[in-house]
Design a protein around this ligand. Sequence first.
Ligand code: PMT
Length: 220
Amino acid sequence: IQQQPFAGVRLLITAGPTHEALDPVRFIGNRSSGKMGYALAQVLTELGAQVILVSGPTALPAPPLARLVRVESAAEMHAAVMERVGECDIFIAAAAVADYRPELQASRKLKKHSGNIDLRLVPNPDILAEVAARNPAPFTLGFAAETEALEANARAKLNNKGLDMIAANLVGGAEGGFDRDDNALLLLWGDGQRELPLMPKHQAAREIARALMQRYVTST
Ligand code: PMT
């Protein structure tokens, strides 16, 4: 068995949440801890890959062998990815990127008022879809976080975003997903699928890496 099957392969991985600022001290965020993306970075560097990890705010230590680029917002993550994507062979989008950001960002702390506050949100760029639409595009592995209809919703994302592969997880329930140490995943690609039962995220990352290598080799 080859010890370093990813030797010479350049990967760009996104991980963690994004924080969309309302003012200098408040943001809209989500429950992603970064554990899934960091586990992938760790496992893939161990398998010989050169990994750049673009990470939203997390409490995790930098994976020793990966190059870590820290960002806060979806706009910053977008810029960090676009700057580096031309030099990668595989793009993995494990980050939970905010689909929307506040239209206005106050430069001073918002004051408390007696009435309601209306918040207008505007869409963020879809980093993964933009990477997949490039020509040439790297091999793309997306994630799908779903609360229902896992396979159908994930297949729709695979097709609509033009991805090579997608790892779908049910979130908001007992199966894993956001901010857990374990995850259960359904891997989907053009004509196939593989189910990964609930297991530690590091083990899931090894299984994803194995499936990824098979699909990547077939695509090149
Ligand atoms: O970080 P953990 O606590 O370990 O949790 C892991 C996880 C649940 C966050 C992870 O396994 C996961 O599912 N990540 C994707 C979460 C998500 O935002 O899914 P989505 O279905 O909304 O997005 C689909 C894909 O498009 C994802 O690959 C996402 O990174 C990407 N995307 C989405 C929006 C956007 N503006 N840009 C993107 O690149």
